[in-house]
Design a protein around this ligand. Structure first.
Ligand code: TA6
Length: 301
């Protein structure tokens, strides 16, 4: 499997494919601007570290395991075609099925700036159609360099409009959750999912002292993670997205989840997710396409 992938899409000095012990295929990207890894199942970017950073920018749990049909803890999970629990079918997987099914490589190349480009398409099946009966193409393009750009495109190739929820549910590596803050969402309304669900408005920058699980709505704003310990800022720019989800599980939920790297791996991660969720779900009219784009940049202080 990887031989044909390397023949067709491999790029010397940029991109190669390996088979993991789990049997899943992983794309390894390594160029003079940065490195990344991406599991073809779920088009799941797992790691990213630009050359100008001593510490990875995208976090992957020490407990992360690759297994067929299972989500991977960390990286940038693709949540699609719904965000959170399915609105009707409680048996359907949380955050949709896209991150646990096969995707196939459709293109690779080198950008004019020298970054590595890789594009994948979700492989529809009887199983996926049981959960999502609409004809569509779902593509993810990642561009790995000094910045990380990801483009998630939904093309409605059917005759009927449909509505999706989606997110690039990215885990960022931080020094310690107690010494970071997030700016950019000041004044935005958000659904606070801790202890029920209530609509609130953000006052000032976001600091963390407990479980935080918020869906900020109606915002296209760029966010910045200010990290005192790692002496850097991480810029989270986006387009085609009107929701931003900010999440840290804190200690109790982290211990229940059990896969964030014991004893306190949860302290070194923070999710800032670019999404279209809740009030911001997207109608994709028949014959049209919608793209959610993120671009991450780490700046040392
Ligand atoms: O985006 C935040 C969130 O919805 C949290 O409520 C938590 O469930 C997190 O996603 C992780 O979800 P997962 O399905 O990946 O375990």
């Amino acid at each position: 499997m990887t031989t044909s992938l390397n023949t067709q899409f491999g790029i010397k000095g940029h991109l190669g494919f390996i088979e993991d012990a789990s049997g899943l295929v992983v794309a390894k990207i390594d160029n003079d601007q940065g490195s990344a890894s991406l599991c073809l199942q779920g088009a799941h970017l797992m790691t990213w570290q630009p050359r100008n950073q001593k510490t990875p920018v995208v976090w992957l749990s020490k407990d992360a395991k690759l297994a067929a049909g299972k989500s991977i803890r960390g990286g940038a999970p693709v949540c699609w075609p719904w965000f959170g629990a399915h609105p009707v079918e409680s048996a359907f997987p949380g955050h949709g099925y896209a991150r646990t099914v096969p995707w196939r490589v459709v293109e690779s190349g080198i950008e004019p700036c020298g970054a590595t480009r890789l594009s994948l398409r979700l492989v529809a099946s009887d199983k996926t159609r049981e959960q999502w009966p609409h004809e569509c193409n779902v593509d993810l393009t990642v561009i790995v360099g000094e910045t990380l750009r990801m483009e998630l495109t939904t093309e409605n190739t059917g005759d009927n409009d449909f509505v999706i929820g989606e997110a690039l549910h990215t885990y960022f590596q931080i020094g310690d959750i107690g010494t970071v803050s997030v700016s950019g969402l000041e004044g935005c309304e958000y659904w606070d999912k801790v202890g029920g669900s209530s609509l609130k408005r953000q006052q000032g920058a976001i600091g963390f002292s407990g479980e935080t699980d918020r869906v900020y709505i109606n915002t296209a704003a760029e966010c910045v993670i200010h990290d005192e310990m790692l002496k850097r800022r991480i810029h989270v720019a986006k387009s085609g997205s009107l929701s931003t989800v900010v999440w840290t599980p804190w200690v109790e939920k982290a211990n229940k989840m059990g896969d964030l790297g014991q004893p306190d791996g949860w302290r070194e991660m923070l999710c800032v997710e670019s999404a279209n969720a809740l009030d911001n779900q997207v109608k994709v009219a028949a014959g049209t396409r919608h793209t959610l784009i993120v671009e991450y940049r780490a700046v040392s202080l």
